[in-house]
Design a protein around this ligand. Structure first.
Ligand SMILES: Nc1nc2c(ncn2[C@@H]2O[C@H](COP(=O)(O)OP(=O)(O)OP(=O)(O)O)[C@@H](O)[C@H]2O)c(=O)[nH]1
Ligand SMILES: [Mg+2]
Ligand SMILES: [Zn+2]
Length: 320
């Protein structure tokens, strides 16, 4: 379970019972939407093609490069090409891949519903382990709660992460100007809890996206309207290859797919002082002579607690 390299990350997969693909006839495309077993892929010349996996298992995720067999729609996905990277979460029961082939994660938090350190900390660990650069976005800075949220995210700035502030609602032009340099020529994934404004930001940058946001359901009094599938959109006005992915908000973020070493290296403050504890194999949980227990400057109590909680999750005996 705790293997450091996920099996899906690097290998090309043939979907079940695929005949040998004829490279000359195959259509190369990128998955831009996944709804259960139904996918939408975009060719380099901009055609959108409905497609389905050949066998029972649907291994493709948003962002994957695939080879499609020519034929009547929906086309069969013959092969998922090797991934540069993939981001996913995994708990005791199941694993969920968010997306693949990502240049940067834009990890969104907001003044309302507030900064959730558990989710942010875990998402930062997962992106580090996947080798994907990350930028934190603090949205809804127009709200009175922004001051408190700013104080909360300063922790991440101090740890060396890039943190950008914006208000999609009250300062859309400034938000665009802040983000465009990061987005140019890149595939960026918006990631974050529900209601932080990922789809609002998508609609700002991709006016044709019509991504569902909170308002739509308010108008229909149908309760909250929340994104249910990851989608990839080309960003107009930027060079080709500038793509934005909107994803559903997450409430939990299991990290069962990581090794203890990946966990320790993903905490900048732990990485900086590895090897300084009395025991070389210190787990930083309860050993004597642990620098993180002894020196309150080494790591904040909340971050140390998060580390210990995740360490316990990774090393707990697996249920039979
Ligand atoms: N005050 C304020 N509200 C905002 C801002 N950006 C977005 N919102 C509102 O926040 C609510 C949620 O926004 P969404 O864009 O649907 O959030 P989401 O992150 O896509 O949520 P999920 O799809 O559930 O993950 C909507 O009512 C937006 O209008 C902002 O900058 N300021
Ligand atoms: Mg959304
Ligand atoms: Zn230690």
């Amino acid at each position: 379970m705790n293997s450091s390299v996920a099996p899906q990350a690097a290998r090309p997969h043939r979907t079940d019972k695929a005949p040998p693909p004829d490279a000359a006839l195959a259509i190369r495309a990128r998955i831009v939407a996944a709804f259960g077993r139904h996918f939408l892929a975009r060719t380099d010349d901009g055609r959108l093609l409905p497609c389905v996996p050949r066998g029972k298992r649907s291994e493709a995720v948003c962002g994957d490069q695939v080879l499609l067999a020519p034929g009547d729609p929906p086309l069969a996905i013959d092969r998922v090409l090797p991934r540069r990277n993939a981001l996913w979460r995994e708990d005791q029961w199941r694993s969920k891949m968010f997306a693949a082939n990502i240049d940067r994660v834009l990890l969104v938090t907001a003044a309302v519903p507030g900064v959730n350190h558990g989710l942010i900390g875990r998402a930062l660990i997962a992106t580090d382990a996947a080798g994907i650069p990350v930028t934190l976005l603090l949205n809804k800075c127009d709200l009175p709660q922004a001051e408190a949220a700013r104080a909360e995210v300063s922790l991440y700035r101090d740890l060396g992460y890039d943190v950008l502030e914006l208000s999609v609602r009250s300062a859309p032009d400034a938000a665009r100007q802040t983000l465009l340099p990061l987005l140019s020529g890149q595939t960026c994934l918006l990631l974050g809890a529900s209601g932080v404004g990922k789809s609002s930001l998508t609609n700002l940058l991709v006016p044709d996206a019509a991504a569902a946001t909170g308002e739509i359901s308010a108008a229909l009094s149908a309760g909250r309207h929340t994104t249910t599938a990851t989608r990839l959109y080309p960003i107009p006005g930027l060079p080709g290859g500038s793509d934005l992915m909107d994803s559903p908000g997450f409430q939990s973020f299991g990290l069962h797919h990581l090794s203890v070493s990946q966990l320790q290296h993903a905490f900048p403050e732990i990485r900086a002082r590895l090897g300084q504890c009395r025991f070389h194999n210190c787990t930083h949980r309860n050993e004597p002579g642990c620098v993180f227990t002894a020196d309150p400057q080494a790591i904040s109590p909340a971050r140390l607690q998060l580390y210990r909680t995740i360490h316990a999750e990774l090393t707990a005996p697996q249920p039979r």
